[in-house]
Design a protein around this ligand. Structure first.
Ligand code: IPD
Ligand code: CA
Ligand code: CA
Length: 265
C-alpha cells in the first residue's frame, strides 16, 4: 500500500528527530516532575519529544487520530489512521542517566496494527515493521530466537508505577520465572524489551498494566519477526497493553503456564 510506505517513512523520520532530542539532552540538567505516583516521572524531554511528534503530525497528517502518552494527541472519531506514541519510553532510566530508552511509534489502520517504529538513539538502533512485511533492525531482517528450553532462556519484565501499593504487583510471577529461566532482566523500557524479543536477544517478555503506547509498535515488531504475543491466557494481546506476553513462540505455552502458577518443566 503506497500510503503505508509514506507513513513508515514519516514514522522513521519522526522517531529519528525525537531520538536526536533525547541524545542531545541526555545527562544534562533536566526539569523532572512526578505524575500518577512519586516514582512515575516526566521530564522536559518527554514533553519536548511529544511536542515535536504531535506538532508534526498535526501539520502533515491533520485527519489522523493521535494517542500520545503525555496527553497532547487529538482523538479524532472515525479517523482511518491512528498514531500511538510513547515520546520517551524509559523515562526513569533517562532521568538517572541509565542508557536505555527509546521513542516508540505505532500506527493502526481501522483499529488494526499496521506499522511500528522504535528508535534507540544512543545505540542508533532503528527497529521497524509493517504488517506482513517482516521486521528489521537498521535494515537487517530480524527473527526471534530458536530457544526451546525455558531454563536456557533470557527473559525480561517490568513493574507498574503502582508497585508499592498494589497487590497485583507481578512479584510472584517474577519470582517463579527467576527460578525457572536462565535469568530475568528488568531494564525499564518495555518497547525496547519487545524489540529485543524480536531480535532474539531476549527469548521472552511479560508485563501487566502497560499502556497502548508501550506496546503499539513492539507487538507488531515481535510478530513480524516470527514471535508470538498474547494476553496472559494465550488470547490476542490487548491494544490497551494491560497484559502482554511476548516470546519466540517456542517458549510461549511454558511462559503462560508459569504465569498461571504452574511449575515449569
Ligand atoms: C515504562 C517503561 C517500563 C515499564 C513501565 C512503563 P515510561 O514506560 O516501559 O519499562 O515497566 O510499566 O510505564 O513511563 O518510561 O514511558
Ligand atoms: Ca512507556
Ligand atoms: Ca513514556
Amino acid at each position: 500500500m503506497v500510503e503505508t510506505d509514506d507513513l513508515l517513512a514519516l514514522a522513521v523520520r519522526l522517531a529519528r528527530e525525537a531520538g536526536a532530542i533525547q541524545r542531545e539532552r541526555y545527562e544534562t540538567e533536566l526539569d523532572i516532575r512526578t505524575k500518577s505516583e512519586s516514582i512515575d516521572l516526566v521530564t522536559e524531554v518527554d514533553e519536548a519529544c511529544e511536542a515535536l511528534l504531535v506538532g508534526t503530525l498535526e501539520r502533515e497528517r491533520p485527519d489522523d487520530a493521535v494517542l500520545a502518552e503525555e496527553g497532547s494527541g487529538q482523538d479524532r472519531d472515525g479517523a482511518e489512521w491512528r498514531w500511538i506514541i510513547d515520546p520517551l519510553d524509559g523515562t526513569t532510566n533517562y532521568a538517572h542517566g541509565y542508557p536505555r530508552f527509546c521513542v516508540s511509534i505505532g500506527v493502526e489502520h481501522r483499529g488494526r496494527r499496521e506499522l511500528g517504529v522504535v528508535y534507540d538513539p544512543l545505540l542508533d538502533e532503528l527497529y521497524q515493521a509493517v504488517r506482513g512485511g517482516g521486521a528489521f533492525l537498521n535494515g537487517r531482517r530480524l527473527s526471534v530466537s530458536a530457544e526451546v528450553h525455558l531454563g536456557q532462556g533470557l527473559l525480561a519484565t517490568g513493574f507498574s508505577y503502582d508497585v508499592r501499593t498494589t497487590r497485583d504487583d507481578n512479584v510472584a510471577q517474577f519470582a517463579r520465572f527467576l527460578k525457572s529461566a536462565r535469568a530475568v532482566r528488568r531494564d525499564g523500557a518495555a518497547a525496547l524489551d519487545l524489540c529485543y524479543v524480536a531480535a532474539g536477544r531476549f527469548d521472552g517478555f511479560w508485563e501487566f498494566k502497560l499502556h497502548p503506547w508501550d506496546v503499539a509498535a513492539g507487538i507488531l515488531i515481535v510478530e513480524e519477526a516470527g514471535g508470538r504475543c498474547s494476553d496472559a491466557r494465550g488470547g490476542p494481546p490487548p491494544r490497551s497493553g494491560a497484559e502482554t506476553v511476548a516470546s519466540n513462540g517456542h517458549l510461549h505455552e511454558t511462559m503462560l503456564a508459569v504465569l498461571a502458577g504452574k511449575e515449569a518443566d
